[in-house]
Design a protein around this ligand. Structure first.
Ligand code: PMP
Length: 365
């Protein structure tokens, strides 16, 4: 482990070291099982208990009531771009409404359009996705099938501080892939919240969907079986073989959050401290760094900024690497730097990056 660096990858991303160690300890033989989890049937009682444990971990962290199903799905977050409109809007005679504040919202729109009637009620493209709208900037009809938004745009580093406002008749749907479990939320505001695990909750391979149970009924039986939420809910996420290893690790991350961190309020406090260190480094170096997101929409998870020139950007990435600060290059569509500081990034990592940024600016500014 002494070769591990501070890993700012946007995803798959850093996992808590204690979780990795537990996985390592149990890799060859899961206690009481006589084999590795990787070798075990998904119908084995030991695995079913692990699956329920992971579900209960998420339920208790987010205070999720029995009115909601918690599903473990495959196909990444990307399959949700299609499953949501196919189940919840197609053939309802209603329009799906979307707010787009970045690349992932836009991709959801492009896939959604294939499935149902559609309206983008707000699109932040003109400002290269640097902000989120306020409630008076969009209009949602009482009759919309749902309102979809992405709570944290991973590439642009833009996060909603609060949920968009919707009429009570309209289910709110959120892609929380890159800010799932980063702070407490009132799940009762949502019809459906989903997140791929590989940023804040576990390894790639599983997507968690938290869905109000009455919405399960909306999906047409003519959809492919895998695409129907109801099938997954009725089969306890075992309609087909689920991603057993990813669910197992996700359960351990949930336990780490509860027991080692102390729950989501404690996690939010740490996330605010970490992100503040980096935003201070952006703001307090005489304009050397230029943040992408406007202040009110700055993400707790993905901190995006640029440098005065491409040469300095390349130098920054190179020298950061020599300081064991890795995976900082921004996504090609925005450029610059992206520091992803998900739950598992320790405060020391954010401190190390902030002090590197201050040094780099004073030497090169
Ligand atoms: N939504 C968001 C917010 C994301 O960050 C990502 C992945 N970067 C996706 C969706 C797509 O996830 P996947 O690759 O699991 O389909």
């Amino acid at each position: 482990t002494d070769q591990r660096v501070f890993n700012f990858s946007a995803g798959p991303a850093a996992l808590p070291l204690s979780v990795l160690k537990e996985v390592q300890d149990e890799m060859l033989c899961l206690p009481g099982a006589g084999c590795s989890l990787l070798e075990m049937s998904h119908r084995n009682k030991i695995f079913i208990d692990i699956l329920h444990d992971a579900e209960n971990g998420i339920r208790s962290l987010l205070n999720i009531s029995d009115d909601y199903a918690v599903l473990f799905l495959q196909g990444g977050a990307a399959l949700q771009f299609s499953m949501i409109p196919a189940n919840l809007a197609k053939d309802t005679g209603k329009k799906a409404n979307y707010i787009t504040t970045g690349t992932w919202g836009k991709k959801a729109v492009n896939e959604g359009k294939k499935e149902c009637d559609f309206e983008v009620v707000y699109d932040a493209a003109d400002s290269n996705y640097n902000h989120v709208p306020s409630a008076d900037q969009y209009n949602i009809s009482d009759d919309a099938a749902y309102l979809y938004y992405c709570s944290n745009e991973t590439i642009h580093g833009v996060q909603f501080a609060d949920e968009p406002t919707v009429p009570s008749s309209v289910p709110l749907i959120s892609d929380a892939s890159s800010d799932f479990l980063c702070r407490p939320l009132d799940i009762s505001k949502y019809g459906l919240m989903y997140a791929c695990a590989q940023k804040n909750a576990g390894p790639a391979g599983v997507t968690v969907a938290v869905m109000r149970k009455d919405l399960l009924e909306r999906g047409s039986a003519t959809l492919p079986g895998y695409m129907q939420y109801k099938n997954h809910a009725e089969a306890d996420s075992e309609w087909n073989t689920p991603p057993t290893f990813a669910i197992y690790v996700l359960g351990k991350v949930a336990r780490w959050l509860q027991q080692d961190i102390g729950g989501l309020a404690a996690m939010e406090k740490i996330n605010r401290e970490k992100s503040q260190l980096l935003y201070d480094a952006i703001d307090n170096n005489s304009g050397f760094y230029k943040g992408h997101a406007v202040t009110e929409a700055r993400s707790l998870m993905n901190v995006t900024f640029n440098l005065p020139s491409d040469e300095l950007l390349a130098k920054f990435v190179d020298e950061a690497g020599q300081h064991e600060l890795s995976a900082l290059k921004g996504h090609r569509s925005v450029g610059g730097i992206r520091a992803s500081i998900y739950n598992a990034m320790p405060t020391e990592g954010a401190q190390a990056l902030a002090s590197f940024m201050n040094d780099f600016a004073s030497k090169n500014g």
